[in-house]
Unconditional design. Structure first.
Length: 219
């Protein structure tokens, strides 16, 4: 059975949602960040980066959220969570998958761990790094807005729901506490707000919020 190493609300959340979309059996394994379990020797054997999530699929042990989402879509083609291989739609899917992973998610990580960007702990510098990351995330959210406006929704690729949607939903959710005087959070943007509400209506999202015991506000 598939195993997802997760922590509530972490990057594992979009994988969890995708597993619910697939309606396949899987086991959730908690990596308890409260006790720094992501740095424990046995977890580092699964993922030497010490980051969440990890998916175990038989003998395959996979880390990297985007790679896991792609693997799940590829191994469950009947669920159509990614456009067909070799099509222009697939190329656009790759574009957004990489962009979500190495642009939006990467910048959100700078915002989440500003102390990793500087040599010596300094509250003023930390606040500056966070503010600048938040501004850059604001610009990036504008691109997501533009995509939703241009393709008329309901999903990131237009009519086709894909693993990009749980990924985008989760990343947008992480902006929910943004200071609006620096960058408007996703939930307060005209095209993203209805998109996030559509995502929230999906049974997969409802199930994940219940299973991970995540309280409102959901995004
Ligand atoms: N590139 C990795 C990043 C995952 C990641 O940074 N996960 C966070 C939780 S949202 C984490 O494990 N942070 C712990 C740490 O960096 O020490 C991925 O996409 O899977």
């Amino acid at each position: 059975m598939l195993q997802l190493y997760y922590y509530p609300g972490n990057a594992s959340m979009c994988v969890h949602m995708s597993l619910r979309e697939l309606a396949v059996p899987f086991e959730l394994v908690l990596v308890d960040r409260a006790t720094n379990a992501q740095r424990a020797r046995e977890y580092l054997r699964l993922n030497p980066n010490g980051t969440i999530p990890v998916l175990v699929d038989g003998t395959l042990v996979l880390h990297e959220t985007a790679a896991i989402l792609l693997h799940l879509a590829d191994t469950h083609p009947a669920a159509r969570l990614a456009p067909a291989l070799g099509t222009p739609e697939r190329a656009l899917f790759y574009k957004w998958l990489f962009w979500l992973s190495n642009t939006l998610q990467a910048t959100i990580m700078v915002h989440a761990y500003p102390e990793r960007q500087i040599e010596v702990a300094d509250e003023g510098l930390i606040a500056q790094v966070r503010r600048q990351a938040q501004r850059r995330i604001g610009d990036q959210l504008e691109l997501l807005e533009a995509q939703l406006r241009a393709n008329d929704g309901p999903w990131l690729l237009g009519d086709t729901f894909s693993v990009l949607d749980p990924f985008a939903f989760m990343l947008c959710r992480w902006t929910r506490n943004f200071d609006a005087s620096i960058a408007t959070p996703a939930r307060a943007r005209p095209a993203l707000e209805p998109y996030l509400n559509r995502m929230l209506q999906r049974p997969s999202a409802q199930q994940v919020f219940a299973d991970e015991r995540l309280p409102a506000p959901f995004f």
